[in-house]
Design a protein around this ligand. Sequence first.
Ligand code: AMP
Length: 195
Amino acid sequence: MSSTAFSICVYCGSKPGANPLFTAAAVAVGNWIAYHGGQLVYGGGSGGLMGTVADATLAAGGRVVGIIPKALVEKEWAHHGCTELHVVENMHERKRMMAEHADAFVALPGGLGTLEELFEVWTWRQLGYHDKPIGLLNTAGYYDGLLAFLAQAMQRGFLGETQLGLVRADPEPAKLLGELVQAGGLSQARRLDQI
Ligand code: AMP
């Protein structure tokens, strides 16, 4: 880890989504990470919520590590303002590097890529491949349908309460991020009292 207090890996949409609250949430997440002396790790794109969370972190003085496969540099408009931009060979390398750099993971609203990344770190946690905390930012109830489906999967015997409990869901960015950082036993030292 660098000199930052903690690294949070953010998964989110490469599109902005249809509700301005999604953008507001991405800004709040970027601000929170920067104000608490943390580092953002993300997919390195400049569009959609991905670009928004990176821009907000940078504007608030935080470090941003972007990790993007070379085939997506143009397609997802790699963000050349990142503190560190890693152009990697493929998607597997991207995901491995993002996970290695992170102390905690959080999924904001997003599409298939976001869901895939969320479920990958969730299943890795279930299998004991890592023990890093995972959060789901349920902005404007975006993930209500998913959470209802997962509750149904539990009722129907495919999912245990413990597995479901490995991810904490909350609509409030500051509350969720604070809990993740605390769960990871990470330092929120810098500027915490100024928020
Ligand atoms: P989306 O949520 O679909 O807008 O995608 C968000 C991010 O997830 C983008 O940076 C995509 O490149 C990335 N992504 C798409 N497919 C995958 C995948 N199979 N594994 C990991 N990330 C992906």
